[in-house]
Unconditional design. Structure first.
Length: 161
């Protein structure tokens, strides 16, 4: 197995997160595929990862804790993506997370009409696939690989100094 330095690890996480977000926005705004609520939530770990990697460049002394926080973020991303895949495959029923756009607190009739005219995307509908896999599937693969890599770096941190 190749030897990856911590600096390269942070660069790779930054690039993967950046490419994931740019791809998601490209698919949404250029190709016109609307994301569901869970798809939007699945972007949050990538935003957090970019922010944390940038913080690491400023505060190098917190590196071990930053690696741990990134591992936790991508573990949560894995769980969220697995949940979403379960909904896509019909193993899990859609929950309120998939229905938050509708909002039960809307009292204005104009707002209700506007909501009814918008096309709400269901979390079980896959609107975009690459090589037969949904973006959720790719998110699971990326999140698992990053989680495992970060956990290995965390537990081997003292040896890699």
């Amino acid at each position: 197995m190749f030897n990856l330095s911590k600096k390269n690890l942070f660069t790779i996480i930054f690039l993967i997160s950046f490419i994931a977000l740019v791809s998601a926005y490209f698919i949404e705004y250029i190709l016109g595929h609307q994301p569901c609520n869970l798809c939007l939530y699945e972007r949050i770990p990538y935003f957090l990862a970019i922010l944390i990697v940038l913080i690491n460049y400023k505060y190098n002394k917190l590196e071990k804790y930053i690696i741990l926080s990134l591992a936790i973020i991508f573990l949560i991303a894995t769980i969220l993506s697995l949940y979403h895949l379960g909904i896509e495959q019909g193993f899990i029923q859609e929950s309120l997370l998939c229905d938050l756009k509708k909002g039960a607190n809307i009292l204005d009739k104009d707002e209700i009409l506007k909501q009814l005219q918008q096309k709400n995307i269901s979390c079980k509908d896959v609107t975009f696939k690459i090589f037969g896999l949904s973006l959720t599937s790719y998110n699971i693969i990326i999140s698992i690989l990053l989680t495992i890599t970060l956990i290995r770096f965390y537990f081997g941190y003292e040896n890699s100094r």
